[in-house]
Write a protein that binds this ligand. Sequence first.
Ligand SMILES: Nc1ncnc2c1ncn2[C@@H]1O[C@H](COP(=O)(O)OP(=O)(O)OP(=O)(O)O)[C@@H](O)[C@H]1O
Length: 361
Amino acid sequence: MATPMIELDRVAKHYGNQAAVADVSFVIEKGEFIALMGPSGCGKTTTLRMIAGLDEPSSGEIRLWGRRLNEDAPWERDAPLVWQSYALFPFMSVRKNVEFGLKQRRLPAPERRKKADEWMERLGIAGFAERGVDQLSGGQRQRVALARALALEPEMLLLDEPLSALDPHLRVRMQSELVRLHRELGITFICVTHSHSEAFAMADRVVIMNEGRIQQIGAPRDIHRRAANRFVAEFVGGNNIFTGTARVDEDGSIALAGPVGTVHAPAPSDGGIVTGAAATLVVPADRIELAAESTGAGNEVQARVVTVEFVGSTVTVFLETEGGGELRAQRSLHEMENTPLAVGQPVVARWSPQQGFFLPS
Ligand SMILES: Nc1ncnc2c1ncn2[C@@H]1O[C@H](COP(=O)(O)OP(=O)(O)OP(=O)(O)O)[C@@H](O)[C@H]1O
């Protein structure tokens, strides 16, 4: 097998007796866009800092193209970091900021100027070249930080919460700009974020961490469709999670008696569920349809509308079943336009058994 670009092999970082990163192994291929995601304090920034060479692992190994990196200083690596806009030099012009790394690399002035011009043009900040960065908006500053890093033509770009200082509207724009840049440049992007919408919108693969450990690595779609454990299912949101008592039916599928009544799902491929045992079923909220009447097909649950929440073009309908179980369905605004729902209204929540999956016990 070809050598991956980056390998983290059982990497840990301890501060005193606290593990910021407990035991992390994964590989990154050249040209991937990887998002490291997880709640505050889960160790994502520490992981990025170790890849950057800003922190040394307490144990384990980090390899770049198969070569051990642990003790290499940041300047010996081809991995400039774009931190937040505050990392720019406020007393310097946009041009001087963009040229900064090139100057450190002792590139002659005419070449520096040429490269800086190219990158400022590419990132749409050429018009502000002589302005001080303190006279720029958050989005413009973020572009300066990106131009400064990309002017060094790195093989890999490391971004720590690159969009967190931006307002929501600008954040979405910069998200698609980062995706476009990544596609055009073909270099590896590793981005730390605590925002699941950001990670899922941008990355080829997402690494979800909690308490210094990896919980799941996968393409956004696979993580959405098959959370590896309860933490991931809850953290990525948009999932119904039912714990109940399992019964293995004659056809091998599972019936789960739980908070919303008895519902059905295929048995997990690794077996592991026996009649009478507790099991946890996940049903993505966007797989649940709402209907006025029962058709008797698939899983159907009688419920009442508790609240209807509108976020962008997504509508989340929170439901309560007769037995007090909670359920949520997510539909597009477009779909809901023809089915107005009132609080208290009875509905049938319906989904195909194939859309549910059991978490490993
Ligand atoms: N220099 C340090 N000294 C002591 N503890 C540290 C140090 N750096 C990080 N930690 C601890 O290690 C854990 C992981 O920190 P890290 O910054 O990697 O988390 P994070 O996932 O990036 O969080 P956030 O989203 O809040 O930035 C935290 O509990 C943090 O307090």
